[in-house]
Design a protein around this ligand. Sequence first.
Ligand code: SF4
Ligand code: SF4
Length: 289
Amino acid sequence: KGAKQPKPDWIKIKLTTGDNYQDIKSMMRSKTLHTVCEEARCPNIYECWANRTATFMILGDICTRACRFCAVNTGMPTELDLQEPERVAEAAESMGLRHCVVTSVARDDLKDGGARIFAETVAAIRKRLPLCSVEVLIPDFLGDRDSLEIVMNSKPDILNHNIETVERMSDRVRAKAKYRRSLELLKRAKEMQPEIPTKSSIMLGVGEEWDEILQAMDDLRAVDCDILTLGQYLQPSPKHLNVEKYYPPEEFARLKEEGMKRGFSHVESGPLVRSSYHAHEQVKSAANA
Ligand code: SF4
Ligand code: SF4
């Protein structure tokens, strides 16, 4: 464990609230919905919401896992809410979303890991907002093939599953997840629906080496992953994993080049980049690839 790293200037952001920011916030409360944008205190919230992109977290806000970088609460999950897909779609409609990301906690307590609710949510959004692109950011469903197939059959515009970190750091960083299992999921998704772009993300600063990042990129390309996002890990609280390194913007730029050289159709790389950041543009570039 290294000494605590001071936060560099490039990670601090100007907060500019958009006009409808408060309205959206109160609507979320009234529909008892959770957005990652809010829960993860995402630094991009004003920009994303103004650009009509948001990330909903379905299947409750309590996770059966406890990854050491993640701010989501761990414990006994809430009962399954069958009306949730419709409420998410209503909220997406009233926000006038152009790109909607749907993600969830890991529901290892459910037989299908929540896959059906994912699929129903995609369908409900499609019905209300036919022009809105829908990206699903899914958990690994413990490697269950049928669960993945349920999600793929709902035909999301992007199938996103994060490897989060390099292979060596995986066990420390992501309790209960497995690096190879995540790669296998991405591979299967491509086999099931080759025309749906796949996407993954690595957060930097948890102790990985430069060459290991490049290796992770190679591993992702080996399973035909199309889109890559690279962002800086920020410690949500002192209890969470330490930040070992803050990557300067130049290094993010170099990593973007490395990614493009390897054939990703889109690489989003920068200190504040999150899995769903500028996601709308990623759909476009994947479609053009
Ligand atoms: Fe929400 Fe993702 Fe944008 Fe952050 S980057 S505000 S989580 S949509
Ligand atoms: Fe957080 Fe996902 Fe890990 Fe659960 S599985 S603790 S939501 S990163």
